[in-house]
Design a protein around this ligand. Structure first.
Ligand SMILES: [Zn+2]
Length: 87
């Protein structure tokens, strides 16, 4: 995915543009995307969800999953989310 494009259209592979989004919860949004290719005209709904923190602000207590330092890599399919690192 190129920077600035929300996602590529699964039909014509053109960039998609976010038309609207709705907050479902603090960690989840539904996103409505339009294909930028007018000849295609595909519109779709996607989901944007928090997975885990990569870097956290110092001095702010956060109770969310954080990537362990020793294990910073992309999760593989089917892999459970990382556990929070004890403070
Ligand atoms: Zn398209």
């Amino acid at each position: 995915m190129s920077r600035g494009a929300a996602a590529r259209c699964p039909y014509c592979k053109s960039p998609g543009r976010i038309r609207n989004s709705e907050e479902v919860s603090l960690l989840h949004r539904d996103v409505y995307i339009d294909c930028a290719n007018d000849a295609c005209g595909h519109r779709w709904k996607a989901q944007l969800s928090f997975v885990h923190s990569i870097s956290t602000p110092s001095g702010v207590p956060i109770d969310l999953p954080v990537t362990p330092h020793r294990n910073r890599r992309s999760p593989r399919d089917g892999e459970p989310p990382p556990v929070p690192v004890p403070a």
